[in-house]
Ligand binder design. Sequence first.
Ligand code: DX5
Ligand code: ZN
Length: 244
Amino acid sequence: MGHGIRIAPSLLSADFARLGEEVRAVIAAGADLIHFDVMDNHYVPNLTVGPLVCQAIKPHAVSGNKPVPIDVHLMVKPVDALIPMFAQAGAAIISFHHEASEHVDRSIQLIRSLGVKAGLVLNPATPLNVLDHVIEQLDLVLLMSVNPGFGGQGFIESTLPKLEKARRLVDAAMKNSGREIWLEVDGGVKRDNARRVAEAGADTLVAGSAVFTGARNTAAYAEAIAGIRDEALAGQQRLAMETV
Ligand code: DX5
Ligand code: ZN
């Protein structure tokens, strides 16, 4: 075991008037990925940003000369037309919701054909069996721990046993395919629950309101990210001990 922990601050809670600076600040504060929430006021009842904004933040998503991956979370329906646009705009990962694509396998193939990592997102009420037949083609499985659409919602506790089951499916698929698959959780993640989330099997934690907080500067973001990471690493260690 021991997957390491990745922290993906969600820009949904950043200051949209200073998005480039916010991206640089969370990266300086230790972000491993930049989580980019795309909402269409159709699949979810909110409206955010599109490929133009992804392209605009791309030059800011760097650590030294190294690009920091932009983790695009599509909450849009349909999904296929936007996939090439986000690939062109510099997305490293594109995830979409099972319910938002008429042909899930086709959407996954489309993302991969563009050289981008593919993720499938499961809502709180979406069963894990939607992963059957496609998991070995995925780079990321994303379990929503809130209903998509808004930042700052409370963590849905039933995500924890679901994560445990998903961890087993992801481990089996990685063993079969020899490919790496990340298990991400999104919604209501904070310092208080990061240990339990990682102990349940998540290796990639999205956090919006829990990171963009306090004095809203690099020091505040660094403290928030370190707090979440430390808790998550402790949870991951416990998981490793349980599964020896
Ligand atoms: C919700 C978004 C999340 C959101 C998380 O639909 O997908 O990424 O920004 O925000 P917090 O961490 O505040 O729940
Ligand atoms: Zn998200």
